[in-house]
Design a protein around this ligand. Sequence first.
Ligand code: ZN
Length: 329
Amino acid sequence: MIDLHVHLDGSLTKEDLRYLATLNDLDASIVDTKPYAVSPNCHSLSEYLECFDFPVSLLQNVQSISYATYAVLKRFAGEGLLYVELRFAPQKHTRSGLSQEQVLLSAIQGMNLAKNECGIACKLLLCCMREDKEGSLNKETVALAAKYKDSGVAGIDLAGDESIAPNSAYKAVFDYANSLDVPFTMHAGENKDNADVWDAIKMGAKRIGGATNVLADPMLVEFLALTKIPLEMSITSELNTSVIESASASPIAKLVSRGVKVCICTNNTGVSSTTLTREYALIKEKLGLSSDVMKSFYFNSVDAAFLDSEQKAFLKELINKKLNEKEND
Ligand SMILES: [Zn+2]
């Protein structure tokens, strides 16, 4: 399995946070007093968003960022993930004086440790933030992504509260990314606004994170199917934030039947208390998709990954091998 949409700060466990608290000279018991994961029946965006404050507050020094990256990737490797694009916003980790570059280097250090120890393949996606309306922090993030493109960075993303401004307000940042040949995915339409999805496409997004309401715009569905621009979808997280009312109300089955490429992702394994294995199982159980469609999700994620054709061919070979092993079991 491959996860192309998973946030570092939302994927920490209680145990990770306890260890990170001690790295920050805090008593580990502080974790019991702070929100970091939603209740199983959460349907509230505000409850969901609150869960990021505490983890981010702990990820403000080299050791913590490096450890968190390592711990999350080690867990994914243990689950059997073959490749991950792990995302975070360097600009959210500079409160104690680290530069965005130091933040990135800390994450690269943790990632390389996990790669060497667990054999997991991984790249980092650097999030630009909607909060940076003026754009200088986001442009710095884009420049970093370009600088470290051959040493661990896959590309960039746009994240943050969609109510701040439409995606089109960030055009200059993504024009800059295009000029530097930095590929990008973009959160869009999580608030059900399809204009944001169209804007992301026009700006050059190679993938879209969210886009849960595209069925309301048949022309958009047709366009996504024709261009094969994939959607990164995460059912549990969509349930937690009330984007969908129930797992069976997910648009995934209809999108697949109309030819849209969907990639199954987790978004935040810690905040949503989920795993990629669980997301696949949930989709299989609630949407009743055939095993061929379920298998196609693996390959959609390979095709959508920010990797070169040789790396993709290698991953497909690995997946086929694992599927054959499973069938012969
Ligand atoms: Zn996300």
